[in-house]
Design a protein around this ligand. Structure first.
Ligand SMILES: [Zn+2]
Length: 278
């Protein structure tokens, strides 16, 4: 009996220490489906989201994201160099997203003609292979923060909207569309490595995939011009291409997508999360 009480007292003591440590971690971003969360702290040894090991930067920065369709509870488990552990339960509640109808699309662009299946499958394979190094870099190349890839423009489709193309329900919109004239410069949202500069793929057209470290990646679709090639390193705010209307697109615009691994997160959230502190 005495031993049990001792264990209880010890547990209570440890959990109090953990509370103190929770204050040592700073969270940026909303703990909701479809969001990226960045965490900064001192003397972190390792961090896990459920069973997934997270990459940690030398400056104590790590990130994770939840897909827009993700639900249920997750456990963030952070171990510090002094051996203490912080457990944080994250409950993902459904979020409401807009419904968007687009009716003037050419039939072939809503449902691809069967004769193109082979081409689309090959393009998927290329993109899949290009993504294979994503998630292998500990460094947070994004640590100086994010810039909007387009200056100005009109947002024509927000992240997460349910798209009904010519009356056919499609996947939720996994990015942010900004309409601007053809030729408008497109800038890298953060520093990174070009994993793919894809040449006129069927749906995304000309597009660039950037790896920002720690599995954070961004995509820039429908470009008229690409100024980088696979393997290039880019700086935050560097011009990487120009807006166009290649692929499945009704007019010149940038589709800006952001993912953590393959989980789709809201690009707009990156600009309002307050990371890093100034
Ligand atoms: Zn889009």
């Amino acid at each position: 009996m005495k031993i049990n009480i001792l264990i209880l007292v010890t547990l209570f003591f440890i959990s109090n220490l953990n509370l103190i440590h929770a204050q040592d971690l700073k969270f940026y971003g909303k703990l909701e489906p479809g969001n990226l969360i960045i965490v900064k702290g001192d003397l972190i040894k390792r961090a896990r989201l459920d069973t997934l090991e997270l990459k940690i930067d030398n400056d104590g920065i790590f990130c994770f994201g939840f897909d827009l369709s993700e639900r249920g509870s997750k456990i963030l488990n952070v171990k510090f160099k002094d051996g203490k552990v912080l457990l944080k339960k994250i409950e993902l509640l459904p979020r409401k997203f807009k419904v968007q109808r687009i009716n003037n699309l050419k039939k072939d662009l809503v449902t691809a003609p069967r004769k193109l299946n082979k081409r689309i499958e090959k393009e998927r394979q290329i993109a899949y292979e290009a993504r294979s190094p994503i998630g292998k870099i500990d460094t947070a190349f994004y640590k100086t923060g994010f810039v909007r890839p387009i200056k100005g423009g009109r947002i024509t489709s927000v992240f997460g909207s349910q798209r009904i193309l010519n009356g056919i329900p499609k996947n939720k919109h996994n990015g942010l569309d900004i309409a601007v004239p053809r030729g408008t410069p497109v800038y890298a949202m953060a520093a990174g490595i070009v994993r793919l500069a894809a040449d006129n793929f069927y749906y995304p057209g000309n597009y660039i995939l950037l790896d920002h470290g720690q599995a954070l990646n961004s995509q820039y679709l429908h470009l008229s011009k690409m100024l980088v090639k696979t393997g290039d390193r880019v700086k935050k705010g560097e011009k990487i291409g120009e807006v166009g209307t290649t692929g499945r697109s009704t007019g010149p615009h940038l589709h800006w997508g952001v993912q953590w691994y393959l989980r789709r997160v809201d690009p707009a959230g990156l600009l309002t999360m307050g990371f890093p502190d100034n």
